[in-house]
Design a protein around this ligand. Structure first.
Ligand SMILES: Cc1cc2nc3c(=O)[nH]c(=O)nc-3n(C[C@H](O)[C@H](O)[C@H](O)COP(=O)(O)OP(=O)(O)OC[C@H]3O[C@@H](n4cnc5c(N)ncnc54)[C@H](O)[C@@H]3O)c2cc1C
Length: 191
């Protein structure tokens, strides 16, 4: 079975430009929590993919310090399209990214489920589905654009991104939650 969106390979409908939500309700961006040293964590995330950078944004908004170690020599995302569903578009708006993402998103009108012979198995209206979750939308992106916006937001919030840092080992110490990360290139320990 092949699952495609209408802005994808089926090509039935494609709207370029800013994503349109039929919902008037606005999802407000979260404010960054201010913490003192007694509750602020020093967090290391391994890998600057969509997951790692997204986690960094959530943790930074939670008031913690975040360092992301990436093995590649530069921060980048490869690949093709990615579909963002209502739960994720809600988070991206809460992370204060709507304006930046509006430049790159397209809004599919339907998701078609096709059999291998191209026959339609079922079809779902994304607009009707998003109405069940006010303020959200279905968005499609090129991965590189979504990733670029996430990296920019993480850096704006204070993330420290370190490339050429392949993590070879993590050692959790019993007397605390401190971890030691040994990077392959430098052999240095980061805590
Ligand atoms: C074909 C396909 C289609 C998909 N479509 C969708 C979709 O439409 N919507 C959706 O929500 N999801 C989709 N997904 C899932 C989504 O792409 C993944 O969940 C997401 O990209 C995972 O992100 P990640 O950051 O966890 O991992 P990755 O993107 O794999 O990033 C991992 C990063 O960690 C780095 N790294 C690895 N090991 C180390 C190390 N030891 N030290 C330092 N750095 C390291 C890597 O270089 C890389 O940059 C799809 C997945 C596939 C395969």
């Amino acid at each position: 079975m092949v699952v495609v969106s209408s802005s994808g390979i089926s090509g039935a409908v494609k709207r370029s430009g800013p994503a349109q939500s039929s919902q008037p309700q606005i999802i407000k961006p979260r404010q960054k929590i201010q913490r003192d040293a007694s509750t602020k964590l020093n967090i290391i995330i391994v890998g600057a993919g969509l997951g790692g950078v997204g986690a960094a944004i959530g943790l930074l908004l939670g008031g913690h310090d975040v360092t992301i170690l990436e093995s590649a020599p530069q921060i980048a995302e490869v690949g093709a399209g990615i579909q963002v569903l209502p739960n994720a578009s809600r988070l991206l708006q809460e992370w204060g990214m709507k304006e930046a993402l509006d430049r790159y998103s397209t809004a599919p009108s339907h998701v078609n489920m096709l059999g291998w012979k191209g026959n339609t198995i079922t079809r779902m209206s994304t607009e009707d589905s998003a109405k069940l979750y006010p303020g959200t939308a279905y968005w499609d992106f090129h991965r590189a654009n979504l990733h670029k916006c996430l990296v920019e937001r993480a850096e704006e919030l204070g993330a420290k991104l370190v490339v050429n840092s392949k993590v070879a080992n993590v050692v959790a110490k019993e007397e605390g939650a401190q971890c030691f990360l040994k990077t392959v290139q430098s052999g240095k320990r980061i805590s």
